[in-house]
Design a protein around this ligand. Structure first.
Ligand SMILES: *[C@@H]1O[C@H](CO)[C@@H](O)[C@H](O)[C@H]1NC(C)=O
Ligand SMILES: *[C@@H]1O[C@H](CO)[C@@H](O)[C@H](O)[C@H]1NC(C)=O
Length: 442
């Protein structure tokens, strides 16, 4: 099995029949290692390496890879984004004090310092359980809505403090300017909180500057804080918070929020927000429900149950603190990693909470409203992560997070340095899922 670093340019531009959407792999190789997961080799080769890899290179033969150099800062409860289909950017998080930018073509990594404090005296660089939302700065030409024109990443919730259960909810937003790689102070939040999910929504109508909406989260420490039911939306033009989406059906944290485009499955389908992969109790009760609200919102906003598939199969186990990314059409929502908590009777007669970290990728079909397994298994269970993706590359990325063993631990050494690369043209994902987008690219 080939395990060396890939330093020569890859000599292919397509995987057999499957063309890379618009990416010249021969000229701009992504530097990857093979599937071998260096730190947690529970399953040393996940899907194996077929003969095809010798012909097309490993990118075509495998669903998941490890990026060839580890993260400089091992982090979790952070977020990531892809810029210019070239830069993989990992942002703050537990034990992360920098914004780390990897050039996927050259492999060069830069760490950007985040100096300064918010008015509550918390360092701007101390923020975990964030959920980044990309928007175009207000001053920019309104007609240009390309993803890379969305050069600001807003973080409208988070915790301070690396110690688990010793967190303090953040009271101030932070904004990463992807052009300068500087983080600036954002507005005071409507409610202090961490572990929300968030979306940019055109509350004032199509083509108007998005409001940045935070869904749920926890006010207080991770083990004792109050779960929030609120959807706080920041109107950047008026510089005020408001709550046009009403209250969530349940108070929750660790969720993922997805925006489905209109007419997705039927011409009359409205645009929708989906909320999934959340929990409603501390370290327990992650839920299978997927809640939805239609857009534009009415004067009396109504959340409703969109799907609630349950069953004993692993891919149907509810999970939280997981990553998501979607296909370009918005129909398929991929869900990477995440955790389920179970109580087990131990030999000493005591009951103990065990965290089951998922190593699989599953996909939610927003038209069939059902889950299915997809893309196999990355080789080790992990959670406290986010994923990001690039349609041009046909790749999604999940970096850091907390891999298995030990239940929930503070130690930096329990953070992963790895970046797993999900190959949406790989053998299990297949051509059906070939075009991916960042979950914030709408
Ligand atoms: C939109 O913005 C992108 C990125 O900043 C730029 O490359 C592109 O030329 C712009 N397009 C127009 C029509 O202004
Ligand atoms: C979702 O399904 C589960 C399992 O059948 C059930 O316990 C739960 O009440 C359902 N949720 C709602 C909101 O109906």
């Amino acid at each position: 099995m080939w395990t060396g670093l890939l330093t020569a340019p890859l000599l292919f531009a397509s995987c057999g029949e499957r063309a890379w959407p618009s990416w010249d792999m021969a000229r701009h190789p992504i530097r990857v290692d093979t599937l071998q997961l260096p730190r947690f080799p529970r399953r040393p080769h996940v899907n194996g390496v077929s003969a095809a890899s010798r012909v097309y290179g490993p990118l075509c033969a495998q669903d998941h890879f490890v990026l060839n150099a580890p993260l400089v800062e091992a982090r979790r409860n952070h977020d990531c984004t892809i810029e210019s289909d070239r830069y993989l950017i990992n942002i703050l998080g537990r034990n992360g004090r920098h914004v780390e930018r990897r050039d996927l073509q050259t492999g060069a990594t830069e760490l950007f310092a985040v100096p300064g404090h918010d008015p509550a005296a918390h360092p701007l660089n101390d923020l975990n359980h964030i959920y980044g939302v990309r928007v175009q700065p207000l001053g920019d030409v309104a007609s240009n809505s390309s993803f890379d024109a969305k050069s600001e990443l807003w973080m409208v919730c988070g915790f301070h403090g690396d110690r688990i259960n010793g967190e303090i909810s953040s009271s101030y937003a932070r904004v990463l300017d992807l052009r300068t790689m500087r983080v600036r102070l954002g507005p005071k939040l409507l409610r202090a909180g961490g572990a929300c999910s968030a979306l940019a929504l055109e509350i004032d109508g199509p083509g108007t500057p998005e409001h940045i909406c935070a869904f749920g989260g926890t006010d207080g420490a991770h083990n004792t804080g109050t779960f929030l039911k609120s959807v706080a939306c920041y109107d950047r033009r008026r510089q005020v918070w408001h709550e046009p989406l009403g209250e969530l059906p349940v108070a929750c944290d660790h969720s993922n929020a997805i925006l489905l485009p209109p007419s997705l499955c039927h011409p009359a389908d409205p645009a929708r927000v989906l909320l999934m992969n959340f929990r409603i109790r501390h370290y327990a009760d992650e839920r299978p429900e997927i809640w939805a609200i239609d857009l534009p919102v009415s004067a009396t906003p109504r959340w409703y149950l969109f799907a609630n598939e349950t069953g004993t199969a692993e891919y149907l186990q509810p999970r939280d603190a997981a990553g998501v990314f979607t296909t370009a059409s918005g129909r398929y929502v991929f869900n990477v990693g995440g955790v389920s908590y179970v109580m087990r009777d131990m030999p000493n007669g005591k009951r103990r909470r065990l965290s089951m970290k998922h190593s699989t990728v599953r996909v939610f079909d927003a038209c069939a409203r059902r889950w299915a397994p997809a893309g196999g298994d990355v080789g080790y269970g992990y959670f406290a992560l986010q994923s990001c993706a690039s349609s041009k590359l046909g790749l999604a990325f999940t970096c850091g997070g907390q891999p298995p063993d030990g239940s929930v631990s503070d130690k930096i050494s329990d953070n992963s340095h790895n970046c797993i690369v999900h190959n949406l043209l790989g053998p299990s994902f297949g051509a059906m899922y070939g075009e991916v987008i960042d979950r914030r690219r709408q």
